[in-house]
Write a protein that binds this ligand. Sequence first.
Ligand SMILES: NC(=O)C1=CN([C@@H]2O[C@H](COP(=O)(O)OP(=O)(O)OC[C@H]3O[C@@H](n4cnc5c(N)ncnc54)[C@H](O)[C@@H]3O)[C@@H](O)[C@H]2O)C=CC1
Ligand SMILES: CC(=O)C(C)=O
Length: 240
Amino acid sequence: MQNLHGKTALITGGSRGIGLKTAEALADNGVNVAIVGRSGDTLKDALLTLEKKDVKAIAVSGDVSVKADVKSIVEEVLNDFGHIDILINNAGIMGNGSFFDDNEDMFRKMIDVNVFGMYYMMKEVLPGMQEQNSGDVVNIASVSGLRSSAGSALYSATKHAVIGLTEGVMREVRKNNIRVQYLTPSAVLTDLIGTPSLEPETMTHPEDIADIIVNQLKIHPRTFVKNSEMWATNPKPRNL
Ligand SMILES: NC(=O)C1=CN([C@@H]2O[C@H](COP(=O)(O)OP(=O)(O)OC[C@H]3O[C@@H](n4cnc5c(N)ncnc54)[C@H](O)[C@@H]3O)[C@@H](O)[C@H]2O)C=CC1
Ligand SMILES: CC(=O)C(C)=O
């Protein structure tokens, strides 16, 4: 296992949900954290939480689906931290409904945020990791990237794209000692899913995903978990 103390991480969508819990867990392990989100009180509140930890924490506002924003986000983080050891591509949005709904704009928006956001981020961050000959990239996909269902074809298509993108990039940069992995959680108790249809206590919580991320990052750098699927153990009232 390796100690993460003193490393630096950039976490997109770090203002709430899985992103914020991951930033907190990394900070608890001595990692300096930069959270990215669209501007607003949520981002400021998240920073206040992180500033209570014994690490350097910064918040950078920007939209990951906008190439120019991503460029300036990464520049700002590099100015503050000097380099980036860990990139967590977590920002994402979900729209559901029938394939036959009027949903073209929503589909494009999901592609822009869920797929292009990750693409832009990796384009900006990976060259620095190649130069330092080390790094970790964690891309948050979803079980919807493995299995689609009626009512989620479009979101699912974006998460399938995330998996294809991640796997190809991983194969390209492992020679630089960079570990690129993706996670495929099932339903996690966050704002993204709205009112849950399952009993909250029986669902996976964002801090559970954060624990998995931190523990996988601690694995000796010569090895990594390429992809992993998280299920709630006993979701009620129905077993998914
Ligand atoms: N909650 C769930 O059941 C599951 C979530 N996921 C994925 O996990 C990731 C995180 O989701 P949650 O924490 O659940 O959602 P959330 O809605 O609680 O948080 C999403 C975060 O992404 C940020 N964000 C959204 N669009 C952005 C943009 N254009 N630029 C910058 N930041 C942006 C939001 O401000 C927020 O901080 C997403 O990629 C989601 O698809 C995957 C499987 C299950
Ligand atoms: C939101 C999501 O990705 C689920 C429920 O798989």
